[in-house]
Design a protein around this ligand. Sequence first.
Ligand SMILES: [Zn+2]
Ligand SMILES: [Zn+2]
Length: 334
Amino acid sequence: MKTAVFRDFHAPLAIEDRPQPRPADDEVVIEVCRCGICGSDLHMTREPAFGTRPGAVLGHEFAGRVIELGHAVRGLKVGDRVAVAPVRGCGRCPSCLAGEPAWCRHMILQGGGYAELAVTKDRQCLPLPRTTAIEDRALVEPLAVALHGVRLASLSPGARVLVMGAGPIGLGVTFWARRLGAIAVAVTDLTLAQADRAVEMGATAFLQAGEDAVQSVAHALGGSPDVIFECVGRPGILSRAIEHVRPRGLIVMLGLCTSPDSFVPFQAVSKEVRILTSAFFSMDDYRAALEALDGGHCAAKAMVTGTVRLSQMPEAFEALRQRTSQCKVMVRPD
Ligand SMILES: [Zn+2]
Ligand SMILES: [Zn+2]
């Protein structure tokens, strides 16, 4: 089977032929139908801090068809269309049993989606409703990550929200924030190309970075933001968020910034700003994201800006290192 393999930091992924995987007793083999290219994979192939090993196959946002079952698998059958929740725990500890595998001591973020076939545990597979469009299937994971952040914020009805960054997570946050009570959601991004997409996902205003002065944001929202979602992950963004947020407001950090960042504590303390961080998702979040996609309740397709064949994906992957007008790029089999 064809795979896109990580060889080394700063080297592009390489297409390799590998033997067809066999499932262990509690595993299934999935024929990958779509796998989303995720910003965290771009980090994982550049920054040794993530511990990616040569030979690894990344790709954790995938959905497909079950083609083989391990002996102990119950509740799934060959031909089932499933989305794979990539956060894998041991399956037995209190966190796993509570549907929170992200906090299992043995948690891993499983990859394998940049390939024709992938192996996963049966408990990570969620059957997809027939109505979920093929393009949407691999969007469950980023939508679940976004929902997790919005749930942590416990928005009050009528909340004014600022979303910094209109990548897939920022757009997902926009969708959920509107659904969960926000009356106004302003989105900021470096590129104006994301404006229509943001509006389709529920934004009430879009501001290009540079035009997002504190007064402009407050004007767009009808008041200073009660809650800010930081979905960029670059040094300096947190400090901007502290300037924007209303006194006693909340900042939720979802961006993956791997370099040190600084802010002036007094600016945060003098406004009694609360800062929360959000990582991964629960199985509940994942299920809710799946349901939102079902029947087209979410304009998630607006996020998909391109689809590339597996054999062309290494090139597309490198191109995404520059911030372009792309949002979510999907990989499909050749
Ligand atoms: Zn992802
Ligand atoms: Zn566990």
